[in-house]
Structure formats: structure tokens, C-alpha cells
Design a protein around this ligand. Structure first.
Ligand SMILES: [Zn+2]
Length: 116
């Protein structure tokens, strides 16, 4: 018999936020949950330039607008936009944004390399 993994339901309102590289973060699905990836809700105002050695990130802008720097390129962000940030690419976002960030594989918190 195959035993299904337990599912997780998280309400951001019940997850305590804290401040890290990108802004105020709520870890909705985190490393210790054991899923393939992680899901974070982040309120970004002025992130620090950083990269991840082994983590791909997918940003989905839930609200607000802003700008993102990806290596030497600058892109505009607004509600609904999705950005794939490949591992190894330097990036930072700023403005007034709320984003859902999906990180694959899990373990991004020990894979943040700040450059400023
Ligand atoms: Zn990042």
C-alpha cells in the first residue's frame, strides 16, 4: 500500500514574519516541511543583491509594483508578473512589492549569498 504524504495548509496570517535579505518574509512552506521546494511570501522594499548557488527561484508578484535587477538587466514588476530567477544569477528587487517566491529545491536559507 502506498501511503500519501501529509498535505500542508498555511494561512499567512498565522505565520510569524521576520526580516531577512529581501524584506519581511513569511515562510509558508519551509525546509523542515520536507517538500521538494519552499514557498515564501515576502514584502519587498529594497532587497540586497544576492544569488543562490543551487536554488532556482520563481517570483510571482501578488501586489504592488517595483523593479528587479537580474545580472545586468533591469525589469519592471507589477501584480501578476512571474519571474524565473535561475540559480547563479545575481538579483535584487525593490519598490513596494508583495511576492510569492517558490524556491526549488528546499534549503534556500542556507544558500543565500549576499553581494552588498
Ligand atoms: Zn533570491
Amino acid at each position: 500500500m502506498i501511503t500519501a504524504s501529509p498535505f500542508l495548509r498555511r494561512d499567512p496570517a498565522q505565520v510569524e514574519p521576520w526580516v531577512e535579505t529581501c524584506g519581511q518574509i513569511r515562510c509558508l512552506i519551509e525546509e523542515k516541511d520536507g517538500a521538494a521546494g519552499e514557498v515564501h511570501q515576502v514584502q519587498i522594499q529594497n532587497a540586497k543583491l544576492h544569488y543562490h548557488e543551487r536554488t532556482d527561484e520563481f517570483y510571482y508578484v501578488i501586489d504592488g509594483h517595483g523593479t528587479m535587477i537580474l545580472d545586468d538587466e533591469t525589469i519592471e514588476l507589477h501584480k501578476g508578473v512571474v519571474v524565473y530567477v535561475p540559480r547563479g544569477m545575481k538579483h535584487k528587487a525593490f519598490g513596494d512589492l508583495t511576492a510569492l517566491i517558490v524556491c526549488v529545491p528546499r534549503g534556500v536559507m542556507s544558500d543565500v549569498h549576499e553581494l552588498e
